[in-house]
Design a protein around this ligand. Structure first.
Ligand code: DAH
Length: 335
């Protein structure tokens, strides 16, 4: 018996290694594995004869079987690396069926740009076509750029701590993008034609048209011979291009801003009434002077539009709060 087992073991090992060597794909490799190491495999059968051996031979015979088993497993592992494991094929499920790769896949949820950013991009593109360049400024501002440089006197209500988010004595979250007018004019000599989109912050009570944080798009033109006619035609052209609506109605309503003279509110007819889109006016000579620009030679106009308000008018959104709630059901409509 011991002789025979020795022969059997050697034969089994040689045959297995030979079969592994010549296996050409993962499934024939798997058959070799089952044929040798499986429950009814040849090695198992040999092991079954262990009981017939004299007790003193059993340990060494078992050890030899194990060595063969290990060598076969090592060879199988190496061959698997070469051929790819059969597990890379569809795995049988518990029910016995392989997964059906022809079924349609599940579409991953696609994100989209926020409507406010979509509209801001469109606004920038339209003003870009009108020759405006984009300028930028910090969201944390000093009083000079937020107020003083804009001709807003020290005792003006707009400076009241209750109307602003002050961080320190001279530092606040900017309450308007008009700050960028001052920053640009300080650095760049006219002629100038810039827009400045960005966030502004005010402790306003939140309602359907107000929020404590929103986005504005500031515009500034400084050149020779600028008139209120240039201002009006710029805003008209912009809203016509944005809304592509022949029935669009724009109104410039006389108003007051310390940094423009004369000044007007920009109102758009929307949903049966006038909605305020922002403010505008001719740059006050005091503002030009405060940044060292000669108001005798240069004139300018400026405007500041609320991007959320423009977004509401563009997409017919009735309440500004929808824009901040991050509700996917709402946002998906703009993808
Ligand atoms: N900064 C003003 C605001 O936030 C809006 C504004 C009014 C901007 C008139 C301007 C302007 O450039 O000329 O209420």
């Amino acid at each position: 018996m011991s002789e025979g087992s020795q022969v059997d073991l050697d034969t089994i090992e040689a045959a297995a290694l030979q079969a592994i060597e010549s296996a050409s794909d993962a499934s024939s490799l798997e058959s070799v594995r089952v044929g040798v190491l499986g429950k009814k495999g040849t090695l198992k059968q040999v092991l079954r004869s262990l009981g017939t051996l004299p007790p003193e031979q059993r340990a060494s015979f078992g050890a030899r079987v194990n060595r063969v088993k290990e060598r076969v497993e090592t060879a199988l592992g190496a061959a698997k690396d070469r051929l790819g494991s059969p597990q890379s094929k569809p795995k049988a499920t518990a029910a016995g069926s392989a997964s059906d790769v022809t079924l349609p896949g599940q579409m991953p949820l696609r994100g989209s740009r926020h409507p406010v950013h979509q509209v801001a991009s469109r606004m920038i593109r339209i003003f870009g076509n009108l020759g405006f360049e984009v300028a930028d400024g910090p969201e944390v501002e000093d009083e000079w750029h937020n107020f003083t440089g804009l001709n807003i006197p020290v005792d003006h209500i707009a400076r009241d701590p209750a109307e602003n988010f002050y961080l320190e004595d001279d530092l606040l979250m900017r309450s308007q993008t008009s700050t960028v007018q001052v920053r640009v004019m300080e650095k760049t000599p006219p002629p100038l034609r810039i827009i400045a989109p960005g966030k502004v912050f005010r402790p306003d009570t939140v309602d359907a048209t107000h929020s404590y944080m929103f986005n504005q798009l500031e515009g500034l033109v400084v050149d020779e011979g600028m008139t209120f006619g240039h201002l009006k035609s710029t805003l008209l052209t912009f809203f016509q291009q944005l809304l592509q609506d022949d029935g669009m109605k724009l109104r410039l309503r006389p108003s007051f801003f310390p940094f423009t003279e004369p000044s007007a509110e920009v109102d758009l007819y929307w949903r049966g009434g006038w909605m305020e889109m922002g403010g505008c006016g001719m740059v006050d000579p005091n503002v030009l002077e405060s940044v060292g620009i000669d108001p005798e030679r240069w004139t300018g106009f400026a405007f500041g539009l609320g991007i959320e308000r423009v977004t509401m008018a563009s997409f017919n959104i009735p309440d500004i709060r929808y824009l901040y709630e991050n509700d996917v059901r709402f946002l998906q409509q703009f993808s």
